[in-house]
Design a protein around this ligand. Structure first.
Ligand code: DX5
Ligand code: ZN
Length: 222
């Protein structure tokens, strides 16, 4: 799939679920095509969010959107099919939850969708080197996963650049994504550090005018 980079991926974790369809459309009208869905199980992360039914509702509200599903759950392999059926275009799993990561990635790809791997802020970038040729996207967490509205961890800039350098040297083409604490103040610097896809939850959905905020954030890419 070809995308115009960088991409803003609004996370609906921070949306008002009583008007989810409307808020997704507002975000898309601001000029992005990705919607990020955060799935939390209360085990891998200390919070519970939502499951496939909300992903399905998002797909129904915006069939044209690219649904980016971030699984922060134990034993993700068990649930991949449910999220594919719900409409996921990309599913990302945490390195920390997958003892057989290569198998988990192949299991996602067999459905004909994109597959991503995610690393927590304390996981070294080098640890995922053996899987890089097999993934479509690498997500570098810039907060400890589990909650929206946290502050961007400064060491993430260096981690993004480190991954971008590895990608260049190996001539690979996976997308680099960043997630957590991205806002109007730091988005330009985060993109420059090497991120192709920037997740933004509270900075998008806490805005009075969601479309205008998406526009403001993406203008910072220039
Ligand atoms: C954190 C989630 C993020 C979260 C980002 O565990 O993976 O996607 O929604 O929210 P903000 O942008 O508010 O940090
Ligand atoms: Zn996320």
């Amino acid at each position: 799939m070809n995308f115009e980079l960088p991409i803003l991926a609004p996370s609906i974790l921070a949306a008002d679920f009583t008007k989810l369809g409307e808020e997704i459309q507002d975000a898309l009208n601001g000029g992005t095509s990705w919607i990020h869905c955060d799935i939390m199980d209360g085990h891998f992360v200390p919070n519970i969010s939502y499951g496939p039914s909300i992903v399905k509702a998002a797909k129904k509200a915006a069939p044209e959107a690219f649904l980016d599903v971030h699984l922060m759950i134990e034993e993700p392999d068990k649930y991949v099919e449910n999220f594919v059926e719900a409409g996921a275009d990309l599913i990302s799993v945490h390195y920390e939850t997958c003892p057989h990561l290569h198998r988990s990635i192949q299991n996602i790809k067999k459905y004909g969708i994109m597959a991503g791997v995610v690393i927590n802020p304390s996981t070294p970038v080098s640890i995922i080197e053996p899987i890089l040729q097999d993934v479509d996207l690498v997500l570098i967490m810039s907060v400890n996963p589990g909650f929206g509205g946290q502050s961007f961890i400064e060491s993430s800039y260096e981690r993004l650049s480190e991954l971008a350098a590895i990608r260049d040297s190996r001539e690979l083409s996976f997308l680099i994504q960043v997630d957590g604490g991205v806002n109007l103040k730091n988005i330009s610097k985060v993109a420059k550090a090497g991120a192709d896809v920037l997740v933004a939850g509270s900075s998008v959905f806490s805005a009075e005018n969601i479309s205008a905020r998406v526009q403001e954030l993406t203008e910072k890419f220039q």
